[in-house]
Design a protein around this ligand. Structure first.
Ligand SMILES: O=C(CO)[C@H](O)[C@H](O)COP(=O)(O)O
Length: 252
């Protein structure tokens, strides 16, 4: 690896850490929260663990969005619960693979999209944490869109995705098909020109029998914290009617 690449990686990791720690500060006593998945969310989970230990912060419980997150949360002493006990959460904090100016997302790079979407949709407040490299003008140009698919339906689903203009690749890990925590497969969909109309695409994808969930998170984000060279920028969705408007100063 070139030295400049290594410096960039270190800078990116520092941004992830800063934004994860800033998000952990949003958690208040008595809350029931959702814990996202991925490396940025893990910084938040570890910072929350420290708040519980050092400040004596008491939360009611946290719902993890993946088995990996559950293990990390347990290791740092976060009390866990589930959606059967708490079907409505105060706050969910999660990372993303891409975020556009409407605060629409592509998620699922770590394969946890189904539980992440369930938990986000069960939360009154959904805060996305990311570094500036995840901000894009158009979704889908740089990362594929993950589609979680029932294994039985793999081939027909793949054909339907290809008919929508995607190149659909079965996700692999160590040369074997990757199975999600829910026992499903993921088709990573590459759209050569990006995703011009995410709402229309989501509607079409949801009509394919055998698709369990998509990695498009539309109209779900209430706020985003974005870390970069200028510090942390807070973006807030102004209203349902105007989900394109974002506002917020940089926090140095
Ligand atoms: O959606 C996700 C997992 O399914 C992650 O939140 C997303 O991949 C971002 O991960 P990272 O913070 O490691 O870049």
């Amino acid at each position: 690896m070139k030295e400049s690449d290594s410096v960039q990686l270190q800078e990116k990791e520092a941004w992830k850490r800063a934004v994860g720690e800033a998000a952990a500060a949003l958690i208040e006593p008595g809350m029931v929260i959702g814990l996202g998945s991925g490396s940025t969310a893990e910084w938040m989970i570890r910072a929350l663990g420290r708040r519980l230990q050092q400040e004596g912060l008491r939360i009611v419980g946290a719902v993890p969005t993946s088995e990996r997150t559950e293990a990390v949360a347990r290791a740092v002493g976060i009390p866990l619960t589930d959606l059967d006990h708490y079907p409505e959460l105060d706050l969910d904090i999660d990372g993303t693979d891409e975020i556009d100016p409407h605060l629409h997302l592509i998620k699922g790079g770590g394969g946890a999209l189904l539980r992440e979407k369930v938990v986000a949709s069960a939360s009154r407040r959904f805060v996305v944490i990311a570094d500036v490299t995840k901000q894009v003008p158009l979704l889908g140009l740089h990362v594929p869109l993950p589609i979680e698919t029932v294994p039985f339906a793999l081939t027909p689903v793949r054909r339907r995705l290809e008919a929508l203009g995607a190149e659909a690749r079965l996700r692999q890990r160590d040369g074997q098909p990757f199975y999600t925590d829910n026992g499903n497969l993921i088709l990573d969909c590459y759209f050569p020109d990006g995703i011009a109309d995410p709402g229309e695409l989501e509607n079409r994808l949801r009509r394919i029998v055998g698709v369990v969930e998509t990695g498009l998170f539309l109209h779900m984000t209430t706020e985003a914290l974005i870390a970069g060279p200028a510090g942390i920028t807070h973006l807030a969705r102004r209203s349902e009617a105007d989900s394109s408007s974002t506002t917020g100063p940089a926090i140095p």
